[in-house]
Design a protein around this ligand. Structure first.
Ligand code: PSU
Ligand code: MN
Length: 302
C-alpha cells in the first residue's frame, strides 16, 4: 500500500504497532444511511462506544483522493455534513483516488481498506445483499463478493431487511463467507431481532467469536470473512407488523420511481424512516450501537 494513497491516522498507526485493539467503522452509513445533522452525533457516539470498549475507532473514508483509516473531528464533519458526498464501493476506489475526490465508503470499500491496513474487526449496521427485485435488476451488493475475498470479521445485525434475506444467505454460503449468530440460532433481521431464517453456527461470547477466527487462521488461507450476526434487542426492534407494511410500500415506491443502482439502498432506508415516524431509525441505531460494542469486545479478545 502506498503511504500517500492510504493514510493511517497517527492514533490508528500507534494502536496497530502497540497491539491495541482497533475497530473499523464505515462512512456510508453516516453519509447516506442516516439523516443530517444527527448523523454526525451518531458517528461521534459510535467512536465513543469503541473507546469505552477499550479499542481505538478507525472510521474509514476517502478525502481529497486519499483513503483515510481513522478520521479526526474535522474529517468526520466533512463526511457527515456534505450532502454531495459520493458513495464509494470497492470498485470505485481507483477512480475516486485518481480523480482526487472525496467519498463515503460502503462495507465493500471499508472492509477492503481495513483488511489492507491490517485491521481485523469491523462494525456496521446491516450488510448489503441480494435485492428482492434481483431477477429483474440483477442488483446484488458488492459487499458479498468482497467479503469472500478478504479475511475480516464483520459484526452486523444481519443484512438489511429490505433485501431478499434467504437469497442473500444462500449467496454468502456459495461465496464461502462464514456466518455465525451471536447468542441466537436465527439470522437477525436488521430492524428486527430475527429474520426467521436459521444460522448453522452460534457463538455466545466475544471469546467464542475470537476462537472461530483463530481456528480458521490456524488452518491457513485463502481466507474469507466471518460475519458475526448480532441481533438488535427485542425491546428495541421495529414493530414487525409496521415493518412489513411500510417495507411493502417502500419497495413499491422504489419500483414506480425506477430507482436503481447505488441509490436503491439509501432510498429504501430513508422511506422506512419517514413512513415509520423515525422508529426504523431508532431500531437501526440500536442495532449499530450493539454491533460496535461487540466488535470492540471481539477486537480485544483477538
Ligand atoms: N448499514 C446501515 N446503513 C447503511 C449501510 C449499512 O445500517 O446505510 C450501507 C453500507 O455502507 C452498505 C451499503 O455497504 O449500505 C449497501 O449499499 P448497496 O446495497 O448499494 O451495496
Ligand atoms: Mn446495489
Amino acid at each position: 500500500m502506498s503511504e500517500t494513497t492510504v493514510v493511517l491516522s497517527e492514533e490508528v498507526r500507534e494502536a496497530l504497532a502497540g497491539g491495541v485493539p482497533v475497530v473499523a467503522l464505515e462512512s456510508t452509513i453516516i453519509a447516506h444511511g442516516l439523516p443530517r445533522p444527527r448523523n454526525l452525533a451518531v458517528a461521534e457516539e459510535l467512536e465513543g462506544l469503541v473507546r469505552s470498549g477499550g479499542a481505538v475507532p478507525a472510521t474509514i473514508a476517502v478525502l481529497d483522493g486519499r483513503a483515510r483509516i481513522g478520521l479526526d473531528k474535522g474529517q468526520l464533519e466533512r463526511i457527515a455534513g456534505d450532502p454531495g458526498i459520493r458513495k464509494l464501493g470497492h470498485r470505485d476506489l481507483g477512480p475516486a483516488l485518481a480523480a482526487g475526490v472525496s467519498g463515503a465508503t460502503t462495507v465493500s470499500a471499508t472492509a477492503y481498506l481495513a483488511d489492507r491496513a491490517g485491521l481485523r474487526v469491523f462494525a456496521t449496521g446491516g450488510l448489503g445483499g441480494v435485492h428482492r427485485e434481483w431477477t429483474r435488476t440483477q442488483d446484488e451488493s458488492a459487499d458479498l463478493g468482497l467479503l469472500a475475498r478478504v479475511g475480516i470479521t464483520v459484526v452486523c445485525a444481519g443484512v438489511k431487511s429490505i433485501l431478499d434475506v434467504p437469497a442473500t444467505l444462500q449467496r454468502l454460503e456459495t461465496l464461502g463467507v462464514t456466518v455465525v449468530g451471536y447468542g441466537t440460532e436465527f439470522f437477525p433481521g436488521f430492524y428486527l431481532s430475527s429474520s426467521g431464517e436459521r444460522v448453522d453456527w452460534t457463538v455466545r461470547t466475544p471469546a467464542e467469536a475470537a476462537a472461530v477466527v483463530r481456528a480458521r487462521d490456524a488452518l491457513g488461507g485463502p481466507y474469507a470473512s466471518l460475519v458475526v450476526a448480532n441481533p438488535v434487542a427485542e425491546d428495541e426492534q421495529l414493530d414487525p407488523a409496521l415493518h412489513d407494511r411500510v417495507l411493502a410500500e417502500a419497495l413499491e415506491e422504489c419500483r414506480e420511481r425506477g430507482t436503481v443502482g447505488q441509490a436503491v439502498t439509501p432510498f429504501l432506508l430513508e422511506y422506512m424512516m419517514r413512513a415509520t415516524g423515525g422508529a426504523s431509525l431508532e431500531a437501526n441505531l440500536a442495532a449499530v450501537r450493539g454491533n460496535v460494542r461487540l466488535a470492540a469486545a471481539i477486537a480485544a479478545e483477538l
